[in-house]
Write a protein that binds this ligand. Structure first.
Ligand code: ASP
Length: 344
């Protein structure tokens, strides 16, 4: 009995020691494999093309910034960074898609101020900008321009205001949907003039601008990255820039603030995001590639020619973007709730 118990106990001891030994060995092996694979993923990432999702139509301002960055990041990463346009609902469809994508660094999102306005604008927003993403960094800041169709019966901003006040709801103001900066700028413009115009939403400001040039809508507030070539080609009428002071790319164009819309200011900032849980080494690789793109002479020249400014280096970081986004959500939340504008 004693022997048996002893034997059984001894066996038990041996068995459990053996088990412990096996599990210790496999834990060591597993840890080694994990370390090796995370080192490998940091060292080898990316091993296939990376998708950069844009929430607006191709050819528009967000797309233009995205493609410029993607081209340069492709050189740095050694894999294609391909832009994928998933327009709709002020880029919230794209935002949701990326929030729910596999967090492996192969699906990224580029978005602007809309990331900060969406929580207040959409009551049933299916993602949370503050908890569902990893942050790669801020990229470029872009002024906007107020433009009109070429055959509008006005010669300057003063005449435009008089014409708008005379025609009110007969005036068609285009935008890229609720939460787009063209919507935000247009709303501010209407509030400042205390007029309600008829707003016409598109999937992006590329189709909005096409409609404006075709004479189907009257006015549009849009980013210089898209409007400057059309302004220079004389295809649209330009009434002012939305920065408080004039910009280098349009030195002879007064700001709206300068022309009487006191303190009117809209500047568009862009950030690059990955789904929550994307490994830190991968985020570090992407932040470094973004920073390299923002120093790339080709990107710098293109952005400068289109009136955009590279965001300061301190903000081209995960912390820089996260902090800025938090502050913007706070700021716009108050403005939007006070205006009572939102969608279900
Ligand atoms: N970003 C633009 C907007 O918010 C739209 C676009 O990129 O097409 O108005």
């Amino acid at each position: 009995m004693f022997k048996e118990t002893f034997t059984a106990g001894r066996r038990q001891v041996l068995k459990s020691t053996g088990l412990a030994a096996i599990s210790f060995a496999s834990a060591v092996f597993g840890m080694g494999a994990m370390l090796a694979s995370s080192a490998a993923s940091a060292q080898t990432y990316p091993t296939k093309p990376v998708t950069l999702v844009v929430g607006f139509a191709a050819g528009g301002p967000t797309d233009i910034v995205a493609r410029s960055l993607a081209q340069s990041m492709t050189k740095t990463l050694g894999q294609a960074v391909a832009v994928d346009n998933k327009p709709g609902a002020g880029a919230t469809i794209a935002g949701n898609l990326v929030a729910k994508a596999k967090p492996d660094g192969y699906t990224l999102f580029i978005h602007h101020n809309g990331m900060a306005t969406a929580p207040a604008l959409y009551r049933k927003l299916p993602f949370n900008p503050l908890t569902d993403y990893e942050y790669i960094g801020q990229a470029v800041d872009v002024p906007m321009t107020l433009i009109g169709r070429q055959d509008l019966p006005v010669k300057n901003f003063e005449e435009l205001v008089a014409w708008i006040k005379a025609n009110k709801a007969k005036v068609n103001l285009a935008n890229a949907g609720l939460g787009a900066v063209s919507h935000l700028c247009g709303t501010l413009f209407q509030q400042t003039l205390a007029t309600d115009l008829t707003t016409v939403p598109f999937n992006g400001t590329a189709p909005a601008l096409t409609a404006l040039m075709g004479g189907h809508v009257d006015v549009l507030c849009d980013q210089t990255t898209q409007t400057i070539p059309h302004i220079n080609a004389g295809k649209v009428k330009l009434f002012g820039v939305t920065t408080k002071s004039r910009i280098g790319a349009l030195p002879n164009t007064p700001s709206l603030h300068e022309q009487g819309l006191k303190d009117f200011e809209v500047v568009v900032w862009h950030g690059v995001y990955a789904p929550k849980g994307t490994p830190k080494p991968v985020i570090d690789t992407l932040t470094a590639a973004l920073q390299t793109a923002l120093k790339d002479p080709e990107v710098m020249k293109r952005m400068k020619d289109l009136g955009a400014e590279i965001t300061p280096v301190s903000k081209q970081t995960p912390d820089g973007l996260r902090t800025h986004l938090g502050a913007e959500i706070e700021k716009w939340g108050k403005v939007i709730r006070a205006a009572g504008q939102y969608a279900d």
